[in-house]
Write a protein that binds this ligand. Structure first.
Ligand SMILES: C[S@@+](CC[C@H](N)C(=O)[O-])C[C@H]1O[C@@H](n2cnc3c(N)ncnc32)[C@H](O)[C@@H]1O
Length: 236
């Protein structure tokens, strides 16, 4: 199938000239945006479920999971881990839940059919709060995925990209093996520089071709003939 998705077009042809300054500013001042009640509630419920269903299991966070296809794939690939997929879009999560996987508790759906792995939970929340609530609770991740985050390619939108956002230091402090994928290489190049700046760890941009698409966006980009890029950094 031929897709018709476009690579992000931007007047920005290289790493943003203010990236290092913005990252340094966010590292030097605590980010104190108050938590929204619905995020506190979503965090409390999902964290209690994790502690009840898989106490002590290493945790994988699929940040911006969309319909949760990647969360289910990760839960299948890492059966002794517990996977939390977080997305702010109720519509996307519901679309996913109507598909092959479901939220939460039992290993069987109401009609008794196998309904997906038991070690995955899909949560509606804003990551800007959810990441900080995880950190406040003392959680450290085993693996952490940012799969095709919104690129915000306009020059003026640097602070909306995760590495340009004030939450980025908290995201990194959660540790684990952090993987970010995009079809816009500048996003990954910036992510790598921000990771290096804040952690001192080398982060390398690499082109890659997945054996199988792991998310709907990955599938759409591959069908459209895009080159894909990623970086994987061990923050443990
Ligand atoms: C481009 S989509 C990628 C979805 C999925 N990872 C994929 O590859 O198919 C980006 C996702 O990030 C989610 N997102 C963006 N900002 C968010 C935030 N602050 N909190 C939670 N989810 C967010 C969007 O709702 C959207 O589902």
């Amino acid at each position: 199938m031929q897709g018709n998705s476009r690579v992000p077009s931007s007047a920005q042809s290289d790493v943003h000239e203010h990236l290092a300054t913005v990252v340094a500013r966010h590292a030097s001042a605590p980010f104190r945006k108050p938590y929204a009640d619905y995020n506190r509630a979503a965090f409390a419920t999902s964290f209690a479920r994790y502690q009840r269903l898989a106490p002590g299991a290493p945790l994988i966070l699929d940040a911006g999971c969309g319909v949760g296809e990647s969360s289910v794939a990760l839960a299948t690939a890492y059966p002794t881990h517990y996977v939390i997929g977080v997305d702010q879009s109720a519509a996307r999560l519901q679309r996913g839940q109507r598909g092959e996987h479901r939220r939460g508790e039992s290993h069987e759906s109401h009609d008794g059919q196998h309904a997906g792995p038991a070690n995955v939970d899909l949560v509606r929340a804003d990551l800007v709060d959810y990441w900080r609530l995880l950190l406040d609770a003392g959680v450290r991740l085993d693996r952490h995925y940012l799969l095709y985050p919104n690129p915000w390619p306009k020059i003026g939108h640097l602070r909306r990209r995760w590495h340009g956002h004030p939450v980025f230091p908290a995201l990194l402090a959660l540790g684990g093996v952090l993987e970010c994928r995009s079809n816009w290489p500048i996003y990954i190049a910036e992510h790598c520089l921000a990771v290096q700046q804040l952690t001192g760890r080398a982060a390398v941009l690499e082109p890659f071709v997945p054996a199988q698409p792991m998310t709907p966006f990955e599938r759409k980009y591959l069908d459209s003939g895009h080159q894909l890029f990623r970086t994987v950094t061990d923050l443990t």
